[in-house]
Ligand binder design. Structure first.
Ligand SMILES: C[S@@+](CC[C@H](N)C(=O)[O-])C[C@H]1O[C@@H](n2cnc3c(N)ncnc32)[C@H](O)[C@@H]1O
Length: 258
């Protein structure tokens, strides 16, 4: 983890905390301490993180089997296995605003022409789309699946996540898709919910859980594929998949009317 000039190891980083939940090694003491506080409140967080990864993998596999050949994965994170380019032989762009995640993605796909990596921010969609690693790699006249898996709960309401999604959606062709998973605290008692949010308030990206209805609104301009917006473990599960879900997930196809 050396040679990454922009890395801030003084505050917990959400990508590295997630890496710790998944049993990875791309994290510092400050990340592990914050992650352990979350585990004390929500001990099933590692299982929920695995369920989220399986949702991502099933969604990409489904789209690849349906003929989608281009994937824009925004908020790639640090996982080392089961990544998007392993679920498809189509084109993939990995995007993250965290330099450690970007470096990890670059090292994973080094030498693979069909995969590119951009350091860009979802909150600046025009710059993201104009990044040479995006604009030079994907053909936006053809369908693109935009993946926002476990990232939108790091985008506060003030940043207008629905507008950000719409700006990306409007850059894509008919037949394009949106894949979203999103943390919720629906059904979680107020005390642990507040304690968990307090931990993330000290991190690189405070967390913004949303209700099922608010997450459904993020699919404006898309028609949800079956089974709709559901607990992550319930989206077309394979036999043996874990069912511990801390969020909802869905896959939409760009509506003709948008
Ligand atoms: C919890 S990880 C999710 C990783 C992966 N998508 C998954 O679900 O397994 C969230 C990722 O989103 C990234 N992220 C958060 N806010 C972002 C933003 N505004 N722009 C780009 N990436 C962002 C973080 O750096 C982190 O790598």
């Amino acid at each position: 983890m050396t040679g990454l000039g922009d890395v801030d190891s003084s505050i917990p980083n959400v990508a590295r905390m997630y890496d710790y939940y998944l049993g990875g090694y791309h994290n510092f003491a400050v990340d592990r301490e914050a992650a352990e506080k979350i585990l004390a409140i929500f001990p099933d967080t590692p299982a929920a993180a695995r369920t989220n990864r399986r949702f991502l993998q099933r969604a990409v596999r489904h789209l690849a089997e349906a003929g989608v050949r281009q994937f824009l994965d925004i908020g790639t994170g640090l996982p080392t296995q089961g990544n998007v380019h392993e679920m498809t032989d189509g084109k993939v762009v990995y995007v993250d605003n965290d330099p450690v995640a970007v470096a990890q993605a670059r090292s994973l796909v080094d030498g693979l022409d069909r995969v590119s990596v951009a350091c860009a921010d979802l909150r600046e969609p025009e710059a993201l789309l104009a990044d040479p690693a995006v604009a030079g790699h994907l053909d936006f006249s053809q369908p693109v699946a935009i993946l926002m898996v476990s990232i939108l709960h790091f985008v506060p309401d003030e940043a207008h996540p629905g507008d950000l999604i719409a700006r990306l959606r409007d850059a894509t062709a008919p037949g394009s898709h949106l894949v979203v998973s999103h943390l919720t605290l629906d059904g979680v008692p107020a005390a642990p919910a507040a304690a968990g949010q307090q931990v993330y308030r000290q991190s690189s990206a405070p967390i913004v859980p949303r209700s099922k209805a608010a997450i459904a609104d993020l699919f404006a301009g898309y028609d949800l594929l079956d089974p709709g917006l559901v607990w992550l473990g319930d989206w077309r599960p394979d036999n043996g998949d874990e069912q511990v879900s801390h969020g909802y997930g869905g896959v939409g196809v760009r509506a003709i009317r948008s």
